[in-house]
Ligand binder design. Structure first.
Ligand code: HEC
Length: 163
């Protein structure tokens, strides 16, 4: 009987211990709300210079890998609206989203890759910016893929475009 009581006491103490540990762990992760401090004038967010450098023309070298990446990213992020051939006939448009202009219009055919990178980064009119979803290098890859689509002409199949 005494032995049983001793066992129970040990179990209870062990339970107390883990309880204490868990409470400590919770306390250390509790968020502390500090008063709002305005950003001092002239502050620049960390990583700004690197981000700007990554977006500056001429961008990364155009290789087969870059073009393949561009095609894959274009199909994922742009073709839902712009269509796989860039004619502005993506599936989202078929469901009522305002159609984007065709990449094969004269006004867009003359866009430089860096201008396309800018549109992806900042959006344009009804098009949302994609800066938070598409990495700078991928923006260049997509831009070169769009140029390749344009070079092929509006009627061409978008398959197997390589530099
Ligand atoms: C949700 C639909 C949608 C998606 C996704 C989308 N766009 Fe657009 N895009 C538009 C619309 C709509 C316009 C026309 C914007 C306007 O003039 O109001 C446009 C315009 C453009 C233009 C022409 C800008 C100009 O100078 O007139 C380019 C280039 C472009 N998009 C590239 C892209 C690329 C590259 C992607 C993928 C990263 C992409 N878009 C994804 C809807 C989309």
């Amino acid at each position: 009987m005494r032995l049983a009581a001793a066992f129970i006491a040990v179990f209870l103490l062990a339970a107390c211990d883990t309880g204490t540990e868990q409470r400590d762990a919770v306390a250390s992760t509790r968020a502390i709300q500090r008063p709002y401090l305005p950003v001092p004038p002239g502050s620049i967010a960390r990583g700004t210079a690197a981000r700007q450098a990554a977006l500056a023309a001429p961008g990364p070298e155009v290789t087969q890998e870059l073009m393949a990446r561009g095609e894959e990213r274009f199909r994922a992020f742009c073709s839902p609206c712009h269509g796989v051939s860039g004619r502005g006939d993506g599936t989202v448009v078929a469901r009522g989203f305002p159609p984007p202009p065709s990449y094969h219009e004269e006004r867009l055919r003359v866009l430089a890759p860096e201008q396309i990178v800018q549109v992806i980064t900042h959006g344009k009119g009804r098009m949302f910016p994609y800066a938070d979803r598409v990495l700078p290098e991928e923006r260049w890859a997509i831009a070169h893929y769009v140029k390749a689509l344009q070079a092929r002409g509006s009627g061409a199949a978008p398959e197997a475009i390589r530099p």
